[in-house]
Structure formats: C-alpha cells, structure tokens
Ligand binder design. Structure first.
Ligand code: FE
Length: 159
C-alpha cells in the first residue's frame, strides 16, 4: 500500500512538472512588464484592452495612425516600449499603420498565430507581450516585410 501511494505521489509530481513545462513552452518569453487582466483593464481603454490583451483587431481605416504622415516615434500603448519610427512607415493601402521594420528587432517578438484557420505571424511587444498586429512578407524593400499594426496598440509622439 505504501508503495502504491508513493507511486501515485511520483506520478502526480511528474504530471505537474509536464504541465509547467508545457505552459512555459507556450509562453516562452518572460516579459519585463507583467500585469493581471484586471490591472490591464484599469489602465487601458476598452478598445486597447481588447486588441493588446485579447488579440483583437481594430476595423480598417478607423484607427488614429493609418493616415498619419508626421515624423516621430510610435510607442507601445500598454508599456511605452519604443517600437516603430515614421521613417520606416509606408502607405500599404490596408487601413492599418504599416511599417517595413521595427526600430530594433529586439523591441518585438514574433509568434505563430493559427487562429481563424490561417497561419500568420503575430507581432507582440517584447516588453509587455501586448498584441500589436501581424507581419506579412509582401512589404516593400529593403526588408520585403509588412508589419500591419493596430493604431490602438500604439502611442505616437511627434518629433
Ligand atoms: Fe508593450
């Protein structure tokens, strides 16, 4: 009997470990800024919360920045991380602010997104894990990439 109990305890230990390991694979990056859902809801507008924390998408041609041509910097609306420059913004015609590269590669993290029956590459803020948008390979030179970003995930500061 003692042995059976010991065996069960060991199995329980193994399965707990496996679960922890799975979770860390899914959420492999330990973000510098970590807040609970309730905390994010307090500091973000309902629209920003839906996009940044729930991976929502704003409607095309409705955001603040798709048609913004001012020179300056775009910061993460959730944590203030410096993400994109007006110098790398281009006219994609999609109705979302589009960039061919971030300010620095380390400012963002790319994740595979298999939602809605498509495989896309999601772009998240490297500091808080907030959802920014997606990256596609039909952008202009020199990178050939199109970072399709929600306006509501960004805060623009004019130069
Ligand atoms: Fe952020």
């Amino acid at each position: 009997m003692k042995n059976i109990l010991l065996g069960m305890a060991l199995l329980a230990g193994v399965s707990t470990f496996a679960q922890t390991k799975n979770q860390s694979t899914t959420n492999h990056k330990n973000f510098e800024v970590v807040k609970s859902d309730a905390e994010w809801q307090k500091i973000l507008s309902p629209e920003a919360y839906t996009v940044l924390r729930k991976k929502g998408t704003e409607h095309a041609f409705t955001g603040q920045y798709y048609d913004n041509h001012e020179k300056g910097t775009y910061y993460c609306a959730a944590c203030g991380n410096e993400l994109f420059s007006s110098e790398n913004k281009f006219e994609s015609g999609t109705g979302w602010p589009s960039f061919y590269k971030p300010i620095e590669e380390k400012k963002i993290v790319k994740e595979t997104d298999a939602a809605y029956g498509m495989t896309r590459t999601e772009v998240v803020c490297s500091r808080c894990g907030g959802h920014l948008g997606h990256v596609f390979d039909d952008g202009p030179e020199p990178t050939g990439l199109r970072y399709c970003i929600n306006s509501v995930s960004l805060n623009f500061k004019k130069k």
